[in-house]
Write a protein that binds this ligand. Structure first.
Ligand code: CS2
Length: 495
């Protein structure tokens, strides 16, 4: 099999692949026309009924939870249709509605290539356009599972990570008129309140975002929000709604135009909802469910009593090094994670960071080998088939650093490679003119422009990632090391 060349503008082809743009579009009617060898749903789509509502219908959900559900139905039966809700634009609706919810997933590395069409996404809605429909579905007893991928900032968490950020304009606005709420928290609260009023059928709410104790945090902020907006339903949510935490893992870069063209060539049909990912896939779910769920275990998901060690390993090893790679790459002008890993010096630093700092700070659950996991990660990061842009991972860094680095950073003393990563973040936001895509961008850009003394700017930037002298400040020696790293970057002429 030829390796893809992603820099082409026309689709890369290999023998048997289609080319050209006169191709039909993927849909129920055209499903039979997919290229031979592309797997199609192993069940009758017509028998599916809506059972899962997903909030945040991005590429990650399509390449992860939907794939597990699709496999579960094919292997164990069940009629679990997914209704996908995009929280902001209706771009995804435009991509998927004309395709009857069908889309293809390409999973690929140097040795493997698998293509399949996923069939369990039944319907797609855009929350801003169809608020009543979303509320109605959340209240519908047939919906027994709500999953969420709304990114870290979607949880509207305050500085302590467990309290509703009431000062956020979006939260203020939602609380002022909960019937018009648009945040994931507000939309979920409104739907659950209606469910309570319609008889309170049991339901599971499962966060699939990269946050430690993700669904427990969600439960905490949701209850605080509901105490202000729908107080009558608080007891019911507290006692009857299940919030199993979950650890999700699969690298799913944002789809590019070139990726879409290439995937169309591979499946023989245009597919505006196509996603490309890696073969690796993992889902660990806390075993505390309120209802039946798809047989995700048959698709490889694991149910455990204590999920915290798994979350911690994933966040503090995979995601922590991912953020370090992204920031180093961003400053070095590398486009993707694989580009960073192809640079021996940079890959060496990442390997050392993982081996000497991140890994020793973790406790593995029984039977889990951290060294094997590290080696797998190094291989996954080096996958040249994934166009995972450093800039994509660097997005929302102020939210990510809290989850990924702080635990390890605060357990360290003296100068470390993780401190050097932190210096790269500080340097990027304060000293360069590279764009910042972050919920705290306004504060950071103001700091960047401010002619205030360096130590004050640095302290204010550190506060944005949750490092404050009062809570968990760096001691004077470490601050000095941080400043020296930043000065080193300045001398090296990154800007
Ligand atoms: C990445 C994650 O974008 C990011 O911040 O670190 O999306 C990462 O690819 C996934 O968590 C892998 O499971």
């Amino acid at each position: 099999m030829r390796l893809p060349n992603w820099r082409r503008t026309s689709p890369a082809t290999s023998p048997g692949e289609h080319t050209g743009f006169d191709m039909k579009r993927l849909s129920n009617g055209n499903l039979a026309a997919v290229t031979a060898g592309v797997a199609t749903p192993g069940y009758d789509r017509n028998t599916l009924k809506p059972g899962i509502l997903h909030l945040g219908l991005g590429a990650f959900h399509r390449a992860h939870q939907a794939v597990y559900t699709d496999t579960a139905i094919a292997r164990s039966g069940g009629d679990w249709g997914i209704i996908g809700v995009s929280m902001r634009s209706d771009r995804v609706t435009q991509q998927l509605a004309p395709q009857d919810g069908l889309y293809s997933v390409l999973s690929e590395n140097q040795n493997l290539r698998e293509l399949r069409v996923i069939g369990c996404l039944q319907r797609v809605l855009a929350a801003p356009r169809s608020p009543a429909a979303v509320t109605g579905l959340l209240a519908d007893p047939a919906i027994r599972v709500v999953t969420l991928t709304v990114t870290e900032k979607g949880y509207c968490l305050g500085e302590d990570g467990w309290t509703l950020a009431r000062a956020l304009p979006s939260v203020k606005q939602d609380l002022a008129d909960p019937q018009l709420a648009t945040t994931a928290i507000g939309v979920l609260a409104r739907g659950l309140a209606q469910r309570y009023h319609s008889g309170g059928a049991p339901i599971n709410v499962i966060s699939c975002d990269n946050l430690g104790e993700n669904s427990a945090r969600l439960r905490a902020v949701l209850l605080q929000y509901m105490a202000s907006a729908f107080a009558e339903a608080v007891d019911w949510v507290e006692n009857e709604v299940a919030f199993p935490c979950s650890m999700v893992d699969r690298i799913v870069p944002a789809t590019t135009e070139a990726g879409l063209q290439r995937q169309a060539a591979l499946i023989g049909l245009q597919d505006a909802g196509a996603v490309a990912t890696e073969p690796f896939c993992q889902w660990i779910i806390e075993d505390k469910l309120a209802t039946d769920v798809p047989d995700w275990a048959a698709a490889g998901a694991q149910f455990v009593n204590d999920i915290r060690p798994y979350e911690e390993i994933k966040l503090r090893l995979l995601n922590a090094s991912h953020s370090s790679i992204a920031l180093a790459g961003l400053l070095a002008g590398k486009e993707t994670v694989a580009d960073v890993m192809a640079d021996p010096t940079m890959a060496g630093e990442i390997t050392e960071l993982m081996s000497r700092e991140l890994l020793p700070a973790l406790t593995a659950p029984e039977g889990f080998d951290l060294f094997t996991y590290r080696d797998q990660l190094l291989e996954r990061f080096s996958n040249p088939c994934l166009q995972h842009r450093c800039a994509q991972i660097a997005t929302d860094s102020t939210e990510k650093i809290r989850q990924r680095w702080l635990g390890t950073l605060m357990a360290q003393a003296g100068d470390t490679l993780l401190l050097r990563s932190l210096a790269r973040w500080c340097f990027w936001v304060l000293e360069t003119d590279l764009p910042i895509d972050d919920p705290r961008a306004e504060t950071l850009l103001a700091l960047r422009a401010k002619p205030s003394p360096d130590s004050e700017r640095l302290a204010a930037a550190l506060a944005c990632v949750g490092i404050t002298p009062r809570q968990n400040g760096l001691d004077e020696h470490r601050l000095q090391c941080l400043r020296e790293h930043i000065a080193g970057l300045q001398r090296a002429g990154h800007s």
